[in-house]
Write a protein that binds this ligand. Structure first.
Ligand SMILES: N[C@@H](CCC(=O)N[C@@H](CS)C(=O)NCC(=O)O)C(=O)O
Length: 203
């Protein structure tokens, strides 16, 4: 399968999941501004919505929307234990986290990346992110671990990617010490390091 991605974007969560699973996969970078992939393909022919991530399967089908891709990957590789079994309360909790990161946290960052946002829009966005970070801080335990206590899941991969955007948008992550420690913990996982390296974000 092939993941269409943009370095450091939300597609990095799917890249981390693929890396955690460890089966062979391909990646292809997308310049969403011009709508082309690194091999010159018109990206809207792959994902008409124009954004990343998109996952192209061996049979040609394309799956979009990060949380759907993450769950598809986790369910297809049960040995990697990246998601609790479907139908369990633990799975519902993990979906609760995924949905929160997607619809509340990820979207709160929007004006900080959007070209043409005014300073007051950016200030309001930083305040909105801070409100959501406070919720996450309250979820994380004092002594380390992940959203679902001691087991890393795809929700942690997504939270890591989005929380790490603080470092590029003028938000001081140290204001939320458990979250800052969480970001450092996930960053140090070998699979995360491999994905960051493959996207050219670290050496
Ligand atoms: N609903 C989509 C949103 C994906 C999304 O926001 N992708 C961003 C990067 S994080 C993107 O490709 N934006 C277009 C651009 O940056 O030009 C999902 O959850 O996968």
């Amino acid at each position: 399968m092939k993941l269409f991605y943009k370095p450091g974007a939300c597609s990095l969560a799917s890249h981390i999941a693929l890396s955690e699973i460890g089966a062979p996969f391909e990646i292809e970078a997308v310049d969403t501004a011009i709508g082309r992939t690194e091999t010159g393909v018109t990206y809207r022919d792959i994902n008409p919505k124009g954004y990343v991530p998109a996952l192209q399967l061996e049979d040609g089908q394309v799956l979009t929307e990060g949380p759907a891709i993450l769950q598809f990957l986790a369910d297809g590789a049960p040995n990697a234990q990246l998601a609790p079994q479907a139908g369990t309360m633990a799975r519902a909790r993990m979906q609760e986290h995924l949905t929160f990161v997607s619809s509340e946290l990820h979207k709160a960052f929007g004006p900080l990346f959007r070209e043409g946002s005014t300073e007051s829009e950016k200030t309001a966005a930083r305040e909105a992110v801070a409100v959501q970070f406070a919720h996450v801080e309250a979820q994380l335990s004092e002594d380390g671990g992940y959203l679902a206590a001691d087991r890393f899941t795809i929700a942690d991969a997504y939270l890591f990617v989005v929380a790490n955007w603080a470092n590029f948008t003028g938000i001081e992550l140290s204001a939320w010490p458990r979250l800052a420690a969480f970001v450092a913990r996930v960053a140090n996982r070998p699979a995360t390091q491999a994905a960051l390296r493959a996207e050219g974000l670290i050496q």
